[in-house]
Ligand binder design. Sequence first.
Ligand SMILES: *Cc1c(COP(=O)(O)O)cnc(C)c1O
Length: 372
Amino acid sequence: MTATLRTRAVHAGRDDLTDLGVHAAPLDLSTTYPSRDSVDEAGRIDEFAATGALSGLPVYGRLSNPTVERFEKALAELEGFDDAVAFATGMAAVSASLLAAVAQGKRHVVAVRPVYGCTDHMLTSGLLGTEVTWADPEDVASALRPDTGLVLLETPANPTLREVDIAEIVSAAGEVPMLVDNTFATPVLQRPGRHGARFVLHSATKFLGGHGDVMGGVVACGAEDAGMLRQIRFATGGVLHPLAGYMLLRGLSTLPLRVNAASATAAELVERLRGHANVSAVHYPGIGGPLIAFEVDGDPHALIGAVRLITPAVSLGSVDSLIQHPASISHRIVAEDDRRGAGVTDRLIRMSVGLEDVEDLWHDLDQALKAC
Ligand SMILES: *Cc1c(COP(=O)(O)O)cnc(C)c1O
């Protein structure tokens, strides 16, 4: 019998600990790894340069770290991939994924809006030498060019929670690899690899860490793609700190419990919000999840100022509930027309439901809604 995701989340990346005689995963803070055999080290560096994989002992902290590798292995397993590569932040993971396409001479990217504000900005600005075509899901196939290196998608999307059929876009993309940002759904609710996505990206800062105290990013993919991403990480330096790797591995063990509990609370809040006089629209994905988006009939800034239990802050995926106004914060960097075109209205509020009691959350939301 294969263990369920809930079970694997607890044990993934830790299967060797009993044989090592330790209970907690070892935290290796080394920046470098001594060796008296520089001939052997030269061989291993050549291997890394050729494949992006490193066998045997680590060499230097920018190539690999054993604690970070535990997190990578565990996340890869939960997403159903052979490998994963961790980065300093979600945006470092997005950057490396774009650079992987550019490095292969394919600088054109097709992307579906909305996406996270900084991802939108990175693509629109062409900062990394990419050129973007924004396409609706039905126009992805016709937006492809011979130099298209990546199709990029978020579902449910940040911040409107718009859902896109992953398999349909994979089929429209044909030979072009597809990257799905799975930050909102997490592998608990959706595994895009099953539908043909070649890269699955997370801002690990959100649900994977889960406690609002660690930043990270990660891309799950096949072994060959992982080698490419590791070479880019080595060259550009966006490594995940080993302590962050330790904390993210610990976060994974409670991920299914946290996501399922917060999703149940969110579903109940959605029901109540739909009946609230000061709410004009509620967006909630068909696959569920801890994120809610809604439009207020009144001043959204007054709502943010009036919450007392819910934390008025950008970000998501923490044990405490967070609320923010995307047009002011998470998507501020996106030009106003593009933002509105993607459905991010000035009345839209995004809430990340945490682990508090549903009645306490509702009490706070209700009094804050009355204030606006
Ligand atoms: C937050 C976020 C990112 C960026 O992650 P950082 O860890 O903040 O760099 C990327 N995608 C989505 C969907 C996000 O919510």
